[in-house]
Design a protein around this ligand. Structure first.
Ligand SMILES: NC(=O)c1ccc[n+]([C@@H]2O[C@H](COP(=O)([O-])OP(=O)(O)OC[C@H]3O[C@@H](n4cnc5c(N)ncnc54)[C@H](OP(=O)(O)O)[C@@H]3O)[C@@H](O)[C@H]2O)c1
Length: 280
């Protein structure tokens, strides 16, 4: 009986797919664009769009477990289809944003809460992964760093505990294949609290490039971020970073606490991804 990996082009989904396939588990890779999937030999692919219920039946046929990206738009239909197909267990890639005091109105928190709650009301066993900030969010700095421009930040001393996406994939794979995590809800972070300034210093070390940091006003940050993100998201992110200046970031569950293996460091992520920042 197969494990269905939704959003299989995503960085975490790809990691989960690779781990399960390498361990010999029957997996099916689902994507809105299956033709663009790169899958290990022998892995089936299927079109599945999380807000298009007509794509659910074929994707779920013969499936017992699902690795799920959250999409409120189709979640009720997805749960019905999964229950009808005999799915037993869902591992949800949620977000630590559901834990914030403003989660009900927060753009990311409310999106994930809606999916978590629908799954909690179902007959399925549900494992909820609530990661905090991904180390790979630093790719947002790749353009200015590659252009040898300063990285402009309103809150350069905000501290987060960035998690390596491979740690999330390890934990998701364990939830799908092992006996220790199924049915639990876990909040995931990296193992070290680092300010943005400290992350940029590590990136500078690992890329061999100078990376100046320019402090800008909140208004300037709103203008810059507003070019790519909706206003609600800009406000939510800037509020989060403003409040993250006050102390070290909280460390939650890591691969060390959950799997007994050391959490990957931000430096490791930076080294593995140095080329994206223009490292020679
Ligand atoms: N970034 C953070 O700090 C953070 C923190 C907590 C939680 N999260 C959550 O984690 C999820 C994002 O995870 P992720 O980083 O694994 O996602 P990702 O790589 O951004 O991919 C997300 C989805 O986008 C689709 N996609 C569209 N174009 C793509 C492309 N060119 N390459 C790859 N995928 C593409 C894929 O679905 P199809 O294959 O179906 O098209 C994929 O599953 C979100 O739900 C977010 O809320 C993020």
């Amino acid at each position: 009986m197969s494990v269905l990996i939704t959003g299989a082009r995503g960085q975490v989904g790809q990691g989960v797919l690779g781990r399960l396939a390498a361990s010999g588990f029957p997996v099916r890779a689902a994507s809105a664009r299956p033709a663009e999937l790169a899958v290990p030999d022998g892995v089936e692919t299927v079109e599945m769009v999380l807000d298009r219920p007509e794509t659910f039946g074929a994707a779920l046929d013969g499936v017992r477990q699902v690795f799920l990206y959250p999409e409120p738009a189709g979640i009720d239909e997805l749960i019905k289809a999964a229950e009808a197909a005999g799915v037993e267990h869902v591992v949800l890639l949620s977000s630590a944003a559901v834990l914030g005091p403003d989660a009900e109105t927060h753009p990311i928190g409310s999106h994930n809460l809606r999916v978590e709650r629908a799954l909690a009301d179902s007959t399925l066993t549900v494992t909820v992964l609530r990661p905090d900030a991904f180390a790979s969010n630093s790719l947002g700095w790749a353009w200015p760093i590659g252009q040898s421009m300063p990285v402009a930040l309103a809150y350069p001393d905000a501290r987060i505990a960035p998690i390596h996406p491979d740690d999330i994939a390890d934990i998701a794979a364990e939830a799908l294949t092992g006996g220790t995590l199924a049915g639990r809800t876990v909040t995931l972070t990296g193992a070290e609290s680092l300010s943005f300034r400290e992350q940029l210093a590590i990136l500078s070390d690992e890329t061999g490039r100078e990376i100046p940091v320019e402090r800008i006003s909140r208004g300037e940050a709103e203008q810059q971020m507003g070019k790519y993100l909706p206003d609600r998201m800009v406000t939510a992110l800037l509020d989060l970073w403003a409040s993250a200046q006050d102390g070290p970031a909280e460390i939650a569950d890591t691969t060390a606490s959950l799997l007994g293996q050391p959490a990957r460091s931000y430096r490791q992520w930076a080294r593995e991804n140095a080329a994206a920042f223009g490292a020679e």
